[in-house]
Ligand binder design. Structure first.
Ligand code: FAD
Length: 321
């Protein structure tokens, strides 16, 4: 039977994050021909609805409120519950991002429903839909289905393909007025660290350095390679603890969990906590001077050598392409 699915669009500085389109792709599959309604929160966000239609939204429900300009769990919880109350969906889909990880348990508990988090693949659709998700820090995958209503899932970024963009496709956008009250926190402003280049959590290529990089300056060739490949720089906790780079770059169990198309690990030993954040990358290249390093167990391509010799060679090769 076809289903009605509500998707929460995620924005940053009034642009839609890719995971919003991936969540719509997931919702389309779950809906099995039913309706996909996208909830869009913020201030002055209505112009973003067109892009959501182009990626497959059937309807967009816009909640604009000064307290939704920046994410707070209380504010988004109230807005999403209002959309769910209006739409009575069979399913809800949110990205498994920092926002989604924070918000989804709260909303699920208010709705007294189950939550299938960190979904990396969806099989089937409609009533028979099943979800694949990693367990034991990515060492195994389980296939689950939900018996609770509404079905509630979060989807890991960069795993579920968005629908192909159909330029000019439109649909109905409507406003919903929600009184956002009793907030325990009000975010007045967000000052982001200046970062140049690609957002690490959405990068298709990640070049990561570990303690083997030896210094903050040692990251320069990794940055050059990442830039040439249109990617972002990441790091192990070893490198962050040694103050070679900022903790916002940390990948792993207590850092970011990524699934880029290409992950290059340079001077990283491959501790289990690091693997938890990157072992599901589509192609893994490891550079390490120790042939016994654990990282080679998950690598598709292993280069045994000194990263300060290997990375410049890779840079030369990429430049020659
Ligand atoms: P090391 O283990 O010291 O490895 C350095 C590697 O560089 C070695 O393999 C060495 O052979 C190689 N090397 C040295 N010089 C060169 C060179 N010139 N060329 C090539 N290779 C070279 N870690 C994470 O990364 N992410 C997490 O989220 C995380 N969470 C954790 C949570 C908990 C609760 C705990 C206890 C630990 C966590 N850790 C995490 C830490 C983790 O256990 C490791 O200590 C850490 O990942 C090691 O970082 P590393 O691989 O950079 O350093």
């Amino acid at each position: 039977m076809s289903k009605k699915v509500v998707v929460l669009a995620e924005t940053r500085e009034n642009t839609l994050r890719n995971v919003s389109f991936e969540a719509i792709g997931a919702a389309k599959q779950i809906s099995d021909g039913g309706e996909v309604v996208v909830a869009l929160f913020g201030t002055d966000v209505s112009s973003l609805a067109n892009e959501l239609f182009e990626y497959g939204a059937d309807r967009v429900v816009i909640v604009e409120h000064p307290h939704l300009k920046f994410y707070t769990a209380d504010g988004y919880n109230q807005a999403l519950l209002a959309v769910v109350e209006q739409e009575s969906p069979d399913a809800i889909v949110i990205g498994h991002t920092a926002l989604g990880k924070d918000l989804s348990p709260k909303v699920a508990s208010r709705l007294q429903t189950g939550l299938i988090s960190d979904v990396t693949a969806i099989e089937g659709g409609g009533d028979g839909v099943q979800f694949v998700r990693p367990i034991y820090s990515g060492k195994a995958f389980e296939r689950v289905e939900s018996e609770s209503t509404p079905l509630f899932v979060t989807v890991r970024p960069n795993n579920i393909a968005p629908l192909e963009q159909q330029a000019g496709k439109s649909g109905s956008a409507e406003s919903l007025s929600v009184d956002i009250t009793n907030l325990r926190t009000i975010v007045e402003n967000v000052i982001r660290k200046a970062t140049d280049g690609v957002d690490l959590s959405e990068a298709k290529v990640v070049v990561s350095g570990g303690r083997g990089v030896k210094s903050a300056e040692g990251f320069a060739p990794l940055k050059e390679l990442a830039d040439l490949l249109g990617g972002a720089v990441g790091a192990s906790r070893g490198a962050c603890d040694a103050d070679y780079c900022d903790y916002s770059l940390q990948i792993g169990q207590t850092g970011k969990v990524l699934t880029p198309d290409l992950y290059i690990a340079a001077g990283i030993s491959g501790a289990i906590q690091h693997l938890a954040g990157m072992s599901n990358s589509k192609v893994i290249v490891a550079i390490n001077k120790d042939p016994e390093a654990n990282i080679f167990k998950v690598a598709d391509y292993g280069i045994v050598g000194d990263l300060f010799e290997v990375v410049p060679l890779l840079i030369e090769e990429v430049k020659a392409l």
